[in-house]
Design a protein around this ligand. Structure first.
Ligand SMILES: [Zn+2]
Length: 163
């Protein structure tokens, strides 16, 4: 029986390829289906052998990658011109509230050595990280990145080294 190998340079439904989503698992053909699945993050993909592209099948997002023979290259999605706008919006979302809170603390400083004099400083830091975590969470949700599985895999790998 022919064994599918990683060294295959052409994308087809018989090979095994690294997963473009988690970059950890391996995508292999699913039995009885015109699709491929990752053995790690469990995402399902459809391949286009003619165009040598792979598309995510189990997501509303049309994420597509091009197979270069060794690795995946992200194919820009339609409407990605809006990406810069999102980036700016995210930056404002993180920094503007932080700026307002820290400016307030700067212009109306607490009485030194009063019991809660540490609060404005801590509040500014908390504001920054609270807004930053919102953005990080959105990005994770957007790409459906398997965070928990990813960290579990990293942990597994490290615990093997330590042993
Ligand atoms: Zn995967």
């Amino acid at each position: 029986m022919l064994e599918s190998t990683k060294s295959e340079n052409i994308l087809n439904y018989y090979g095994a390829y690294p997963c473009p989503v988690c970059r950890h698992g391996e995508i292999t053909p699913l039995p009885l289906m015109e699709a491929m699945g990752c053995n790690f993050c469990r995402h399902i993909f459809t391949a286009n052998e003619e165009q040598q592209t792979l598309s995510m099948a189990d997501s509303q997002l049309s994420l597509t990658w091009y197979w270069t023979g060794q690795s995946w290259k992200g194919v820009p999605r339609e409407g990605t011109e809006g990406k810069l706008v999102y980036g700016i919006a995210a930056t404002i979302f993180v920094f503007l509230p932080t700026l307002i809170v820290s400016l307030a603390a700067y212009f109306f400083p607490p009485i030194p050595n009063s019991p809660l004099s540490w609060l404005p400083m801590v509040w500014s830091i908390v504001t920054f990280f609270a807004h930053l975590s919102c953005i990080i969470w959105l990005v994770i949700e957007y790409y459906q990145f398997p965070v928990v599985m990813y960290f579990r895999a990293i942990f597994r790998r490290f615990s093997m080294i330590w042993r």
